[in-house]
Design a protein around this ligand. Sequence first.
Ligand SMILES: NC(=O)c1ccc[n+]([C@@H]2O[C@H](COP(=O)([O-])OP(=O)(O)OC[C@H]3O[C@@H](n4cnc5c(N)ncnc54)[C@H](O)[C@@H]3O)[C@@H](O)[C@H]2O)c1
Ligand SMILES: N/C(=C\C=C\C=O)C(=O)O
Length: 487
Amino acid sequence: MAGTKALLTLENFINGKFVPCNSYIDSYDPSTGDVYCRVPNSGKEEIDAAVEAARAAFPGWSARSPQERSQVLHRLADLLEQSLEELAQAESRDQGKTITLARTMDIPRSVQNFRFFASSILHHTSECTQMDHMGCLHYTVRAPVGIAGLISPWNLPLYLLTWKVAPAIAAGNTVIAKPSELTSVTAWMMCKLLERAGVPPGVVNIVFGTGPRVGEALVSHPEVPLISFTGSQPTAERITQLSAPHCKKLSLELGGKNPAIIFEDANLEECIPTTVKSSFANQGEICLCTSRIFVQKSIYSEFLEKFVEATRMWKVGIPSDPSASMGALISKAHLEKVRSYIKKAQMEGAQILCGEGVDTLHLPHRNQAGYFMLPTVITDIKDESCCMKEEIFGPVTCVVPFDSEEEVIQRANSVKYGLAATVWSSNVGRIHRVAKKLQSGLVWTNCWLIRELNLPFGGMKSSGVGREGAKDSYEFFTEIKTITIKH
Ligand SMILES: NC(=O)c1ccc[n+]([C@@H]2O[C@H](COP(=O)([O-])OP(=O)(O)OC[C@H]3O[C@@H](n4cnc5c(N)ncnc54)[C@H](O)[C@@H]3O)[C@@H](O)[C@H]2O)c1
Ligand SMILES: N/C(=C\C=C\C=O)C(=O)O
């Protein structure tokens, strides 16, 4: 345990109050490797207190009209926006991402999440059917489920936490959220704004700590009927097991092994910079990042040369450097895991064209122990290699050639995941055909990560269960009832 002097110390937020914890976990600054923060190491006791608060707050909050709840969400969005710079600095320091990404993506999107659900909650309708021959009218009503358990990962901390909190409370639930123990700071900062936004005590409770301890206490609690989880597939398996005895409602947003398919008629001027970004944005730590690039044979050499050149321009720097394209990875353990994949690829005879082990990374003296690595491009690798099958979740991408449309679809689909794919071609017919055949919850063609929040977001196969979005999140965070009136 590090000395506690000058360390930022977080507290749980339960029933509208900050509450200290009996024990704490060290949290590291990824750019230096130094401990800089203490995160509550909560457990069952804290979950019990949060459940009590959420239970007490539920009748009042769920009885408010959608318009009243919407106003509260709008106020929270405004307050987050007023703190944008402070939140961006904190997110960048806590996660290792560049300040530019935190300023332009993470925090603006967190604001947008509240604004979006504040608006969408006002526009849902229900179904009604007539059965005149029986003298009956049938209709549906929806009601909030109750206490929602929300578990989020470390890669887009406030972005993904608010993507769950906003629809859950908009629909009238009360929530207990557990952010990743590796990146808890911005969630704690948001708690400071809740009272001013008009969120009543107990509506949003945030309990910090590790997955096995506080995460499992939340998932196992019999009074939490619903769990919305974003994270890895092995954790999802555990959550599914723990939820099964209670028949909980589950939403699981998991990992990916996302292909980019580049046909010979692709516009390479747009495709190359976008594919560098889709491979290495946020250090490759986005579930939607490209990690398998299939390039049609006739343009393979040209693509590879230009792609490697563009990757070498992708600057790795300290997170606070506004000119950096990539910061530090989340942890020492994760850095080692990512590096181990590169070693395995080398042992299998693959070629590392740039990055780790090939180029030299220059860092300021005080960042030498930070968790940095260069964006790395692997080629001459078999589809069966673990680098082509498993989620690496780091700045590593593999480039391989293909001959035909049919072949590339089969190869792209040959992994257990099915989250996001990109397809590059100027042939509209082909784009529609290929997009339809890919086993992927999301397909971006001639672009990447353009989000339309109204539409379903999520993966198929081992990438998850359920979808998030305006209608999908509303349906998940409510229970439907069919009522029949005989007249
Ligand atoms: N599909 C998506 O939308 C999406 C988005 C972001 C990240 N991800 C995935 O998340 C993973 C990276 O995030 P991670 O390493 O934080 O994932 P993780 O599964 O290790 O942790 C995610 C969250 O679950 C908690 N947790 C861990 N063990 C738990 C347990 N036994 N019970 C309850 N909670 C537990 C963690 O503390 C954390 O809050 C990658 O696989 C990535 O693809 C998916
Ligand atoms: N859930 C979303 C993104 C997930 C990214 C994973 O790392 C979103 O954009 O809504």
